[in-house]
Design a protein around this ligand. Structure first.
Ligand code: FES
Length: 119
């Protein structure tokens, strides 16, 4: 499971209309690639690292999003490992997990929370 991020700064990454509905897109936050999902059917947004921890490929933004017993999830397009978009845990019970980032939408723009891990 990923650690919670203490938001130190909200970074404006793009306009809402730049993101496809019910799918992901990749943005850069500093040196890091972030997968951002406009989960329109849930009326919510999620963000996670773009790198799948299985083979370390930058692919999660192209993954399929869905719902597993009420938990929004993304399935890696490579080998279909699935991750919770709430806490980053692997929903197949494997050791892989991903970092999750806070997202907010204000006045037509999407912001990602940047900061440090906190516990
Ligand atoms: S690279 Fe993502 S599941 Fe294998």
């Amino acid at each position: 499971m990923s650690e919670a991020i203490a938001v130190e700064q909200w970074v404006r990454v793009a306009r809402v209309e730049d993101f496809p509905s019910n799918a992901g897109a990749c943005v850069k936050l500093g040196d890091e690639q972030i997968a951002v999902f406009n989960f329109a059917s849930h009326r919510d947004w999620y963000a996670c690292q773009n790198m799948c921890p299985h083979k370390r490929d930058m692919v999660l933004s192209r993954g399929l999003i869905g719902d597993q017993e009420g938990t929004p999830k993304v399935a890696c397009p490579q080998h279909k490992k699935t991750f919770s978009l709430i806490d980053g845990s692997n929903l197949g019970g494997e050791e892989y997990s991903i970092n999750i980032y806070p997202v907010k939408v204000e006045q037509g723009f999407v912001y990602i929370g940047a900061g440090s891990a906190s516990n």
